[in-house]
Ligand binder design. Structure first.
Ligand code: NAI
Ligand code: MG
Length: 350
């Protein structure tokens, strides 16, 4: 029995979460796995009522769960900075979710914007807690027209080692052959050179997995030109952030992009969420694509040691896509969120 904290959030977050829970209910009935879940209404309405995004002991409450399933947050009545920095960020940082995983997989049945039938199947592992996204720095006034701003990029040996170790181990356990390092040590000569040195030390400890290194600018071009040549891409916080959105764009867009924020030691719960936000432009219309949220459930199953169930769920999504009957408008169909959820369950257990 696994305990699951569910935070649907705002807008389409609530709509797609409903379908993900339908899938979990169906699995509870039929599989040798059981989830006991609690739903938390920590969202923008909660903020407007209580002046905070979650209760004072919110993190204490979440700490006891095996995993967190998150929808999306964001509402025009609350500044985005508040909803993201007071809910998502504290969870990522407090629970040491230092790996952000984003699969870049072109599912069978989906052409993607590159209109290719190429075998695009790799993952981006982004360092999720340090590096370029640091709050060390500031703005200085040193005279009229001489203001300046400094922001430090802080990378630690421990931080680089643990994301690299995760990358090589992930490659091995998921039948990938190669790890690609996204770097820029030719221009960022202190921090990225240090990053390369540490990644390469780890690479030497994993001689069974191939290793290569590309500068981030060239790598971005290769993502478009030959995406089928990558397996596991390991990247710093900023580089991983940018590459992830590029990755999702080449395989079908935001409605098809899942992610996981992982604490590999399992000392704390990991959090799984679609990459997209609350999509206010389509919220309430019942046409949001629930597959990114459902795929995030699959990533959770993999993390909890049930790669078999992950694979089953992804196969059901592929069979739904190949059939092309029940898809939401963002990927060329005319079905509703609810219809896609139900059709997926039918595929899973037909
Ligand atoms: P967004 O991801 O909500 O929407 C971008 C575009 O993608 C929109 O055209 C939307 O209709 C479409 N889209 C998103 N999810 C979809 C789905 N499941 N099916 C079909 N189409 C989908 O990003 P945007 O508009 O920049 O942000 C809206 C709000 O979401 C903001 O308040 C923002 O801060 C928040 N946000 C929250 C995130 C989170 O909770 N992790 C991540 C990104 C944005
Ligand atoms: Mg991003």
């Amino acid at each position: 029995m696994y305990s699951l904290a569910v935070i649907p959030g705002d807008g389409v977050g609530k709509e797609v979460m409903k379908e993900a829970l339908k899938v979990i209910d169906a699995m509870n009935e039929r599989e040798s796995i059981a989830f006991d879940y609690d739903i938390f209404d920590w969202n923008s309405d909660y903020y407007l009522a209580y002046g905070r995004m979650m209760p004072e002991d919110g993190l204490e409450i979440l700490k006891n769960y095996d995993a967190i399933l998150f929808g999306a947050i964001g509402d025009s009545r609350v500044p985005d900075q508040v909803s993201i920095w007071e809910l998502i960020m504290p969870i990522r940082k407090t629970f040491k979710q230092y790996v952000n995983i984003r699969p870049v997989k072109l599912l069978d049945g989906l052409a993607g914007p590159l209109k290719s039938d190429r075998n695009i199947d790799f993952v981006i592992l982004r360092e999720n807690t340090e590096g370029e996204y640091s709050d060390v720095g500031g703005t200085m006034f040193t005279g009229e027209n001489r203001e300046l701003a400094v922001q430090n990029n802080i990378m630690t040996k421990q931080g680089i080692t643990q994301i690299s170790e995760y990358a090589f181990n992930y490659a091995r356990s998921h039948d990938f052959q190669k790890v690609t390092n996204a770097t820029k040590s030719n221009a960022i000569i202190h921090v990225m050179k240090f990053w390369d040195t540490v990644v390469e030390e780890v690479a030497e400890k994993h001689p069974d997995i191939d290793y290569e290194k590309y500068y981030i600018d060239a790598l971005a071009a290769y993502f478009v030109q030959r995406p089928e040549s990558f397996d596991v891409v390991v990247a710093s916080n900023l580089f991983g952030d940018i590459l992830s959105d590029l990755g999702s764009a080449i395989v079908g867009g935001l409605g098809m992009a899942p992610s996981g924020n992982i604490n590999p030691e399992k000392e704390f719960p990991s959090m799984f969420e679609p990459v997209h936000g609350s999509a206010p432009d389509i919220a309430g219309k019942g046409i949001a694509n629930p597959l990114a949220q459902i795929w995030s459930v699959a990533l959770m199953l993999d993390h909890l040691g049930r790669k078999d169930l992950h694979d089953q769920l992804v196969a059901a999504m592929e069979s739904l896509l190949q059939e092309k009957q029940t898809l939401t408008p963002d990927i060329g169909g005319a079905a509703t969120t609810e219809e896609v959820g139900s059709a997926l369950i039918a595929k899973l257990y037909e």
